[in-house]
Design a protein around this ligand. Structure first.
Ligand SMILES: [Zn+2]
Length: 902
């Protein structure tokens, strides 16, 4: 995301070049000149001649390549755009070729040509439309340009220079950014310059880094990581990047004085530069230039790679255009130690935000065609994106695509062939538009690409349990491999900010393989054209259409046998016009799992029927369950399908110590994953903080299904397990820390304990405080209001407040944004006609807590009474009609609190 705006604010922009329109350009597509053409290709020699003339800075030679019919002044204008003063090199690349309008076939072409023009320290890329023609009866050498139209240019590409000849001695130097101070009492500094000034520096010596975040949750994470609220460590070196205009503000420059070069220090600085420079702001220009070209950090942005003694190399960055603009990251193990908004950012955007606020554009519809080799894990794809501009103006489109996939070409239906660049070390493609598009304008991009990808492992966004250590090992070799491409594979070009879109997917896989993808399976109609387009070998074609919007597209390819199909009709629909009145369920399985798959089919049907009845709606017209053989159980559920990883024998895996292991509920994974069709897919989350809207809700739905299918005891077991994990892990952070819970200690169980289990426990407490009717009405309202959109805690809170007429700020403040666990002292005294219970919340925070009091009468009867403990002191008299033998508190485990009997 960062870079689109960086591009714009760095002066990379699209402009209409001075026009030199000599011929009306209304070209028709020509068959590309191919090897079988007898005549030698006239294009390459003419372009090479132009390249030579530009490299020789020979304006006369450039002019000579144009037809004498072209007015000389116009040729000069064109040449002056290309003949940049101080240019040291020009590289030309033909990007596209069409038959020239009005010329006999083979006698004229319209080309799209990219010019890479560089000076010693700066470069620009120009894209031009160039027409060339053979004069009547002319030979190969007689071809001339008959027109040239400048389309776009990109500049703001810089070379970095490490200034080794002028090292600086540093004394009491301070380099500062938000919440960060780098101090160098004594040492050396080497400047990193570009044509605009100082854009970086290397600090060498005995430095001291101090990072002290303002946000409380971040201090908590640092405490877990290092035992301290701040990260403080001596450092050996720091590599800094900044915008030249910030140099004087961020540094105490008076602390620097020129000193004599020292060969050893220079070598060290060079090593550090080589190691760190290309890690950020570095462009991959592919065939245009093999050199390292950089962007400048935008004004106020700041980046530092700090080689600390205590924590290894840390990357601090301040990136104004991110909603959480301050981050500290450790590349070595991809650990995010801090990520939060600066004080200025928080003041500007408020407490809550949606990733959508950052999006430049919407993708309305994806059309992805891919030929997939599951054994080699390769794919060739072509994706068409229907885009609508959301920002005020858009000059470059940034797409996310796995770095291992190379882009063959980007075209737009409206503008033809487009220039694209890749940013190194980021899954990013930047497409330069020929003109700036205004808000609400439409654009259709077609991206062809190919490459290899690893299969996506089930982890953070998915449930997969960690087996107990002593039970690991013994992977069966016979296991059927599966190739899963989903939300973290970036297997198709996509909006960096995921948004809802409809989609079509067509996939060719080798004979014998099955593909399951996001969308309703449809019978392929034009298989031949697909093979033509993708050059695919013969194979199976699978086609899917998603009429209901999806957050992301996914597919899995494996050898699967079809188990069965069923139709689940949605009764009592809340919105009969939704277009989904039934779910077409189908199950496919690895052959080793055939024994279990019949049962799964029945369970899936029951689960879908139950969830549809709870919500009065189903978001997607089909649900395909893929049962894959695996060592440990787990699952993943994109829209329209679910992958369930299943050990052939559960007895082989001991995973009881996982928060997501429920011994008496073997349908757990299926129930949890299918719930994601509603929670996580139809309702997305606004940003990573809000992931409990997906996982906590799916977990609670799974528990509701457990109660229905397995009874109250199994449900109570689950609630007790939710409570136990909530209490044991809450010191690791609030539910609202989302996917970062457990991250600093690389302990995914913390994430599952809090986002899944505590999230579900919080929903159950809310339900008990509000009552079943209000709770489920509120849940439906929230779901229907936000269907096919992203949601956050505050949206859920507002829906529940609207249904209940109660203010729920404190409830969510304590349970979702805070991480305390209430401690409650209680006493019960049994009177003649009542039982008096007394609850006292210890500590300065008051929680809203529904507590079940269980009375056991002399004859063995039990009665449960819910007492809402919503004050620091609550006394309640419970009327009784017989002798009470026993009073018990929180037997159902529903209240996430610790109780002490007084
Ligand atoms: Zn889940």
């Amino acid at each position: 995301m960062a870079v689109v705006r960086q591009l714009a604010s760095n002066g990379i922009a699209s402009h209409k070049m001075r026009l030199l329109l000599l011929l009306a350009c209304a070209c028709t597509w020509a068959a590309p000149v191919s090897a079988q053409t007898a005549e030698p290709d006239p294009v390459t020699p003419l372009l090479r001649s132009l390249e030579r003339a530009l490299n020789a800075a020979d304006a006369a030679a450039v002019t000579a390549l144009f037809s004498p019919d072209v007015p000389a002044t116009q040729v000069q204008t064109f040449a002056s755009d290309l003949l940049v003063p101080g240019a040291v090199g020009a590289t030309l690349r033909e990007r596209d070729r069409m038959q020239l309008e009005g010329a006999p076939p083979g006698d004229g072409y319209s080309l799209v040509v990219e010019f890479f023009i560089e000076t010693a320290g700066k470069a620009r890329i120009l894209t031009a439309g160039m027409d060339m023609r053979r004069p009547p009866a002319g030979d190969l050498a007689s071809w001339r340009f008959v027109g040239a139209e400048g389309l776009t240019f990109v500049d703001g590409l810089y070379k970095l220079r490490l200034v080794t000849a002028r090292p600086m001695a540093a004394r009491n130097l301070e380099v500062t950014s938000d919440d960060l101070v780098l101090q160098l009492p004594e040492g050396h500094a080497f400047l990193v310059e570009c044509d605009e000034g100082v854009t970086g520096l290397i600090l060498l010596g005995r430095g001291q880094m101090t990072f002290s975040p303002t946000a409380a949750a971040e201090r908590g994470q640092l405490r877990l990581f290092s035992g301290n609220d701040t990260l403080a460590s001596p450092f050996e070196y720091a590599f800094v990047r900044l915008n030249p205009s910030d140099y004087d503000d961020r540094l105490t420059t008076a602390s620097l004085t020129p000193t004599a070069p020292d060969a050893r220090l220079v070598r060290r600085a060079e090593e550090i530069f080589t190691q760190n420079a290309a890690r950020s702001f570095n462009l991959d220009l592919q065939d245009l230039s093999a050199d390292d070209w950089y962007l400048l950090p935008p004004v106020r942005d700041f980046l530092a790679e700090i080689d600390t003694r205590r924590f290894g190399t840390l990357t601090y960055s301040l990136t104004a255009e991110q909603a959480e603009d301050i981050s500290v990251f450790r590349r070595k193990d991809r650990l995010t130690l801090a990520l939060y908004p600066s004080v200025a950012k928080l003041a500007a955007r408020g407490r809550f935000y949606s990733d959508d606020a950052l999006r430049d554009y919407d993708v309305l519809d994806y059309n992805v065609e891919a030929s997939i080799e599951p054994q080699r894990r390769t794919l060739r794809g072509r994706a068409r994106l229907a885009i609508r501009v959301r920002s005020t103006a858009l000059a470059t489109v940034r797409l996310r695509l796995a770095e291992s996939l190379s882009v063959i070409g980007v075209t737009s239906v409206e503008y033809g062939r487009l220039l694209h660049l890749r940013l190194r070390n980021q899954n990013a493609v930047i497409v330069n538009l020929p003109r700036t598009l205004l808000q609400d304008s439409d654009l259709t991009l077609v991206v062809t690409y190919a490459g290899a990808l690893p299969t996506q492992e089930l982890d953070s966004d998915t449930v997969t349990v960690a087996p107990d250590a002593q039970e690991q090992g013994g992977t069966p070799d016979s296991r059927e491999p599966a190739f899963l491409l989903s939300n973290r594979a970036y297997w198709y070009p996509q909006n960096p900010v995921p948004d809802y879109a409809t989609a079509s997917i067509r996939v060719v896989v080798p004979e014998g393989y099955t593909c399951i993808a996001s969308g309703h399976p449809v019978s392929p109609s034009d298989v031949v054209s697909l093979r033509d387009i993708l050059g695919a070998e013969d194979g199976q074609v699978f086609t899917f259409r998603a009429e209901q919007p999806l957050r992301y597209l996914a597919l899995v390819v494996s050898r699967l046998a079809r188990v069965g199909e069923a139709r689940v009709v949605i009764e009592n629909q809340t919105d009969p016009g939704s277009g989904v009145d039934a779910i077409a369920l189908s199950v496919a399985a690895h052959s080793s799992l055939r024994g279990q798959s019949r049962r799964v089919m029945q369970d899936a049907e029951e689960i879908l029927r139950f969830y549809s009845s709870l919500m009065g709606d189903a978001p997607y017209t089909s649900a395909t369950v893929a049962l894959l053989e695996s060592d440990v159980p787990g699952g993943h559920s994109p829209g329209y399908f679910a992958v369930i990883n299943t050990p052939v024998s559960f007895a082989a895996v001991n995973w009881r110590s996982d928060p997501a292991s429920f011994e008496n509920f073997p349908e757990f994974f299926l129930a949890h994953e299918l719930a994601h069709q509603w929670w996580g897919q139809a309702i997305g989350w606004k940003n990573y903080h809000e992931q409990w809207i997906s996982e906590g809700f799916a977990q609670y739905f799974a528990a509701l299904y457990a109660q229905r299918a397995r009874g109250d005891r199994v449900f109570a077991d689950m609630l007790r397990q939710f409570r136990r994990w909530s209490i044991s892990e809450s010191d690791q952070g609030p539910v609202h820390l989302g996917s970062r819970l457990g991250h600093v200690k690389s302990e995914p169980r913390v994430f599952r304990a809090l986002v899944y289990n505590k999230g579900a426990a919080v929903l159950h407490m809310l339900r008990r405080l509000l009552g079943d009717e209000v709770f489920f009405r509120g849940l439906r309202k929230f779901y229907m209001d936000r269907r096919y959109q992203k949601a956050g805690t505050e949206d859920f809170e507002r829906a529940m407040e609207a249904e209940s007429g109660r203010v729920l700020d404190r409830f969510f403040e304590r349970w979702i944004y805070g991480n305390g666990i209430p401690r409650v002292r209680y006493s019960a005294s049994v009177g003649e006609r009542d039982v008096l219970v007394r609850f006292e919340q210890i500590g300065d925070q008051v929680f809203d807590l529904p507590v079940t009091v269980t009375l056991t009468y002399g004859d063995g009867r039990t009665v449960n009474v819910m007492v809402p403990v919503t004050e620091s002191l609550v006394e309640r008299s419970i009327p009784t009609d017989d002798v009470v033998r026993r009073v018990q508190i929180n037997q159902d485990g529903a209240a996430v609190a610790e109780f002490d009997e007084k």
